[in-house]
Design a protein around this ligand. Structure first.
Ligand code: AMP
Length: 189
């Protein structure tokens, strides 16, 4: 079984590279951002609560996100493995992920971190805003998301460094080149 967490700041290309990774390695895709947006469009109680936070660039509480992950793992069937996109985003989520995988006799093989300079990230997000129209891709909300990322998400890197699972990948270049770098990491774990 191959379980990977794809990590990186907003705009680092996690969603795009995820598609390549799940196709090549036949993994079940779990994106907490996508699940939350689905809950918002369905106007569930969770979705309504999450929307307030997402639209202000804040993270959704750990308990909510962990519950979503557990539901997905329980429905994963005989998966070859899982690709987590945008999860874990806090040290607490990372610790809980280790526990819930262990409980299922599974293990996270690697945390692949897409590294992109901040100036390029902002431009990519503003470009995406004009194409996809995501409500959290405005200039003010992007700034708030980066603040959350710096204070709550960056420390997750040290957590995985301490477990020898942290694999930085240069996230600048053509989609094919970036995917080639990711494959090099995955094929060598
Ligand atoms: P994303 O599509 O991954 O950029 O996620 C969009 C938004 O959903 C984030 O800015 C957060 O508000 C929320 N979100 C997604 N994943 C998580 C997570 N693992 N923990 C907390 N909030 C999350």
């Amino acid at each position: 079984m191959l379980n990977i967490a794809l990590f990186g700041p907003p705009g680092s290309g996690k969603g795009t590279q995820s598609k390549f990774i799940i196709n090549k390695y036949h993994l079940v895709y779990i994106s907490t951002g996508d699940i939350l947006r689905e809950q918002i469009s369905l106007q569930t109680a969770l979705g309504i609560q999450a929307k307030q936070l997402i639209d202000h660039g804040h993270l959704v509480p750990d308990e909510l996100v962990v519950q979503l992950i557990e539901d997905k793992l329980n429905n994963g069937g005989n998966a070859n493995g899982f690709l987590f996109d945008g999860f874990p985003r806090t040290c607490s989520q990372a610790e809980i992920l280790e526990q819930i995988l262990k409980k299922r006799h599974m293990n996270l093989n690697a945390m692949v971190s897409l590294e992109v300079p901040q100036t390029e990230l902002v431009q990519r997000l503003l470009d995406r805003a004009s194409v996809q129209g995501r409500s959290d891709d405005t200039k003010e909300v992007i700034e708030a998301r980066f603040k959350e990322y710096a204070s709550k998400t960056m420390p997750v890197i040290d957590f995985y460094k301490s477990l020898n699972k942290y694999h930085p990948v240069d996230g600048v270049g053509s989609l094919e080149d970036i995917f080639a770098r990711i494959q090099q990491v995955i094929d060598n774990i």
